[in-house]
Ligand binder design. Structure first.
Ligand SMILES: [Cu+2]
Length: 684
């Protein structure tokens, strides 16, 4: 390790007051002989045997602090620990999740089953950026058509389940949490206060995060990587009679002064208001249970800002709005060996984005465009799942039928698009179908799962109706095509896992054949609008594309409290001519040694990628080099007058490696060495 590099970074991050905090903190971490009532912690780590994965966010604070690498990390950092999820980074904030090497358009990302769509034409505000871990209980990740319960998708679904008190007889309780990270001076402060009785609960939480620019591994500050965010939520429930529950949710999330070092613009405001009301009935009859109905509304406002950037050739105002109304109702129905899940759902979304360009010469006219021409999307669907449990094996079947209608509401926007598509209709309706089957079988210590599926998805607002959207990745202006064909997907998947005493081994693979794959293709007849754009691409259906993902994971219990796990994954994506698709992960690996005792916990981990063999120059990629980073944590639990105090500290990127990965937009470098500290005090 380079000692000279280490201490300047440390001292830069830590002022004198932080130094004192740090010493106090390290003392807290030291083992001491406090005698306290301890309960056994269920330390079972589970490798996913099936296609779905759950990332625990904060259901059980104690377990959470013991098992999580960094307890107060952002939702994005939690999602990064999921095996099938990668995150595309345009800065330190609002990373875009990719699942099975597919991003937003091919996924359903929902908050407690609610559809919510970002308001940015440049993907600066994925759905996941509008909640925080303080709101959430778990992230449910469904691969491929398993995610069809939340919509017509290709790559899968990520549902962020909100947490609440569930009518526990606990009275008033709460917690305060505080974290600091040295690299970018990240300050996190959060708290929650709950009141819960068997017939009524109300939960409130608030979290605030503020970070300065981060420093890459070579000691270079990454300009415009700062951010500031706060999130506030209220949850309440009323249970008039056992098993019949009324609940309401309000989340307010706002980020300001968010830098996007990989892009040419920053964000001055990203705001979401998320509301819902739901009615749940645990049982309707002996066979019909878990009837759950919800109505929701959310509003997103996104304002981009280039006023802080030097040398802006032309100043632009680019605000966007997205508004969604929706509802769903679902229930389980048990009949003989079948367990059906029936769901009907619908949403109505309105997406608008505009761009105003102000030429430096005040005599030239201001230019105005609608980059999303007030597109109204009406989607309604029915989903039926069935799990058939037989003696030797079980089968899970599912199907979704969706009706999807896009309407361009704004005449100016419609006429702008008609320059390219004179024959286009204002409204476009599609029927979307999905079907999947998965077979599960247990043979002694082995568990086998194999399945197939078919799915369809409608083009996104950008793909269908985007008007001169500048993509800084390949430096092209993108134009949508309202006449795009529906994209399809044929999928096959298999998982084999083995579990015996101290060992757990799992290997899995999936393959997607995607006819009518939608991607931007150069149209040299069109001229660019954005200064710096080298050409224009139009969203086009390729004949097909193919994506293959495979992974191998292993876990071994060395001692009672010590486990080792490792994972290796390989991915490939090609188009119909065999050319590489962009943003496909190279060979990736990770290995972690975890100690989890009753009061102490610790971990050492290494993760990295091999060199990116299959990169895509036509989509703006160059080859990403191999890298490996090492991180370590130490955690301690103290009990102070029956309340819990958790302290956790760690170092990420210990050797201050300078690197960037395949998923870093325009090769922006990742964070260098970073020391974090988390304190959480819960009042029981
Ligand atoms: Cu934006």
């Amino acid at each position: 390790m380079n000692q000279n590099k280490f201490w300047p970074t440390l001292s830069k991050g830590f002022g004198r007051e932080y130094g004192v905090c740090f010493l106090v903190f390290m003392m807290l971490l030291m083992p001491r002989g406090i005698k306290a009532q301890e309960t056994e912690i269920d330390s079972t780590y589970l490798l996913p045997v099936h296609l779905n994965e759950v990332i625990i966010l904060s259901a059980n604070k104690r377990l959470h602090h013991q098992t999580q690498f960094k307890p107060l990390s952002s939702l994005d950092e939690y999602l990064e620990t999921a095996q099938k999820v990668n995150l595309i980074k345009r800065g330190a904030y609002a990373w875009e999740p990719s699942l099975n090497n597919m991003t937003s358009e091919r996924l359903a990302v929902t908050i407690d089953g609610m559809q919510i769509f970002g308001a940015c034409t440049d993907k600066m505000d994925p759905t996941t950026s509008y909640v925080d871990v303080s709101n959430l209980e778990e992230a449910q990740i469904q691969s491929g058509q398993q995610g069809a319960v939340f919509g017509n998708i290709i790559g899968g679904g990520i549902n962020l389940k909100l947490g609440h008190s569930r009518f526990k007889d606990k009275g008033l309780y709460g917690s305060i949490e505080n974290a600091f990270e040295s690299n970018n001076n990240l300050r996190v402060i959060g708290g929650e206060l709950n009141y819960s009785k068997p017939t009524f609960y109300i939960d409130g939480d608030v979290i605030y995060r503020k970070a300065d620019n981060y420093v890459a591994g070579d000691g270079k500050e990454v300009a415009f990587s700062q951010f500031e965010k706060y999130n506030f939520s209220l949850n309440s429930g009323f249970q008039p009679s056992e098993g019949n529950k009324l609940a309401a949710t309000l989340i307010f999330d706002e980020a300001n002064d968010v830098g996007y070092p990989a892009l040419t613009m920053d964000v001055s405001l990203a705001r979401a208001i998320i509301t819902s009301v739901s009615w749940t009935q645990d049982s309707i009859s002996e066979n019909v249970t878990n009837w759950d109905t919800k109505a929701y509304y959310n509003y997103v406002k996104h304002v981009m800002d280039d006023t802080k950037r030097p040398d802006v050739p032309i100043h632009m105002d680019m605000p966007g709005w997205s508004e969604t109304f929706g509802a769903y109702s679902q229930a389980n129905w048990k009949m003989a060996t079948h367990l059906f899940n029936v769901k009907i759902d619908g949403f109505y979304n309105r997406s608008i984005a505009e761009m105003t360009m102000y030429p430096s010469d005040p005599n030239e006219p201001v230019m105005f465009m609608l980059t999303w021409p007030d597109v109204r999307t009406l989607n309604s669907g029915i989903y039926i799942g069935d799990v058939i449990s037989l003696k030797e094996f079980s089968i899970a079947l599912s199907t979704r039928l969706g009706l999807h209608r896009n309407t361009v509401a704004d005449d100016f926007g419609l006429n702008s698009l008609k320059i390219f598509y004179p024959e286009m209709n204002r409204t476009n309706t599609r029927v979307l179908k999905s079907f999947s089957v998965v077979l599960n079988k247990e043979v002694n210590a082995f568990s086998l799962s194999a399945g197939g599926g078919y799915g369809e998805r409608a083009p996104s607002v950008s793909e269908g109706y985007g008007f001169y959207l500048f993509n800084s990745f390949d430096a092209h202006d993108y134009i949508g095509d309202p006449n795009l064909q529906t994209e399809q997907s044929f999928e096959a998947n298999a998982v084999i896992s083995f579990k015996k005493e101290k060992w757990q081994i799992s290997t899995e693979a999936n393959f997607f054949h995607i006819p009518n794959y939608i991607i931007g293709v150069v149209n040299s007849d069109l001229s660019t609008m954005t200064i710096g754009a080298t050409g224009v691409k139009v969203y086009t259906n390729l004949d097909y594309a193919q994506i293959f993902n495979s992974a191998f994971s292993i876990e071994y219990k060395l001692l009672k409290d010590v486990r080792w796990n490792a994972r290796l994954s390989w991915h490939r994506g090609t188009d119909d001519t065999g050319k590489n698709l962009p943003l496909i992960s190279p060979l990736a690996y990770s290995s972690t040694m975890v100690y989890k005792g009753k009061r102490m916990s610790g971990s050492v981990s290494v993760s990295g990628n091999a060199v990116q063999e299959n990169f895509s120059p036509i989509y703006g990629e160059n080859q990403t080099k191999a890298y490996a980073v090492v991180s370590a944590t130490l955690g301690r639990r103290l009990i102070i007058s029956k309340n819990d105090l958790y302290a956790k500290a760690g170092i990420e990127n210990i050797f201050d490696v300078s690197y960037s990965t395949y998923s870093d937009w325009n090769n922006i470098p990742r964070m260098g060495r970073n020391i974090f500290m988390t304190l959480s005090y819960s009042i029981n």
